[in-house]
Design a binder for this molecule. Structure first.
Ligand code: BGC
Length: 364
């Protein structure tokens, strides 16, 4: 994805202030202008000009330029899907003239809490937060409410009840049940509906994301439910958490292929990165996707789209990073414009799309 980088001098200055704060600096942001340093020596006329310049700089700093200052907290930068999402957010926000600062939560909720507090101390106009843990949502929501900062939560959905605590808060994401159902449908669409050995049941392993995340819970449940709803018998050979991570996906698949061998007919992965890892194990074990085993993921990462086209993955499901990033920015602007959200109406969903070799090129 092409990034548009529009960083003004002012933006650079604010970003430096932000990163100082993020590194533990506790002093209030200070902006030293050339005009301010010459003020003492100036005569009356220059004084007036200096004052005007200072006022303009202060106003500009307060509003972050044309678009305002936006703080974005990502649960961890080292996540394949969230990298795509982050790039999309950056392109959209900077393209609109916002000054945007991204913070890496490093998968540590305490670290992210500090980052949120620093953003608030710096007076950001709005926050976009991808929580590290949805179980921390109550605390995050209480913090942003207390500071009266319009906030968009992304990617990790809290409950409607948790969100109802603050009317200037909205969640933008997808309904993870839909992606699970689509994964099941991808298997049902194969010639033998996943029952490669014809023993009357679909034997699978499930490589789960971080089970604290509702995406992992729902994808696990609804992928299998699609099969049983269609009247298929299923057999779960193994279910293990791979924490959305490629290496863990590879390790789990490798161990299970050694243990269960040809009994495994389907490998469900809650995301593409783990599916790419599982594919490495499948190939190392001398198995062939779509011939003696099926493999599905979620996200439609570029690497996975290539494997779908090459026949090395049965399919994936588009987790629309661009659509969600656009939705998050739209919701943020609505909040900045004064919109509030009633309880029960605080989740905005973008649709998933089933990806097969037939339509994969549309997303590449
Ligand atoms: C994506 C995963 C990602 C996770 C992060 C999910 O929606 O499918 O790839 O790791 O979000 O929370």
């Amino acid at each position: 994805m092409k990034l548009t980088r529009k960083v003004t001098a002012l933006a650079m200055a604010s970003m430096m202030v932000f990163s100082m704060a993020a590194c533990g600096g506790d002093s209030a942001p200070e902006t030293t202008t050339a005009a301010a340093s010459t003020e003492a020596k100036a005569d009356a006329a220059t004084d007036a000009a200096t004052e005007a310049a200072k006022e303009t700089a202060a106003q500009a700093e307060a509003s972050g330029g044309a678009g305002g200052n936006i703080g974005v907290c990502i649960y961890k930068f080292d996540d394949a899907f969230m990298t795509t999402y982050r790039n999309a957010l950056q392109e959209i926000l900077e393209g609109k003239g916002y000054t945007v600062t991204f913070m890496d939560g490093k998968n540590d909720q305490a670290e992210q809490n500090n980052q949120i507090n620093n953003f608030i101390a710096q007076g950001v106009d709005a926050l976009i937060i991808n929580p590290v843990m949805t179980s921390a949502a109550d605390q995050i929501i209480a913090t942003v409410k207390d500071a009266d900062i319009p906030t968009v939560l992304i990617n990790r959905e809290p409950t409607a009840d948790q969100m109802s605590a603050y009317e200037k808060l909205v969640y933008v994401g997808c309904d993870a049940r839909q992606s699970g159902t689509m994964q099941g449908e991808l298997i049902l669409d194969t010639a033998n509906k996943g029952d490669i050995n014809g023993d009357g049941k679909v034997s699978y392993i499930m490589i789960q994301g971080d089970p604290e995340n509702v995406d992992a819970q729902y994808r696990t449940e609804f992928s299998v439910k699609a099969l049983t709803d269609a009247g298929m018998e299923v057999e779960e050979l193994d279910l293990q958490r791979g924490d959305w991570d490629r290496n863990k996906g590879q390790e789990i698949a490798q161990n299970d292929l050694a243990k269960f061998g040809n009994d495994i007919e389907v490998i469900f992965c809650n995301n593409d990165d783990m599916a790419i890892g599982a594919l490495q194990a499948i190939q190392a074990a001398g198995r062939k996707v779509n011939e003696d085993i099926y493999l599905v993921g979620v996200d439609a990462l570029d690497a996975a789209l290539n494997e779908v086209v090459n026949g090395n993955m049965t399919g994936t499901v588009l987790n629309d990073a661009n659509g969600q990033a656009q939705g998050a920015v739209d919701a943020m602007e609505a909040l900045l414009g004064g919109k509030t959200y009633a309880a029960g109406e605080q989740s905005i969903y973008v649709d998933y799309v089933k990806v097969t070799p037939e339509n994969a090129a549309d997303f590449q």
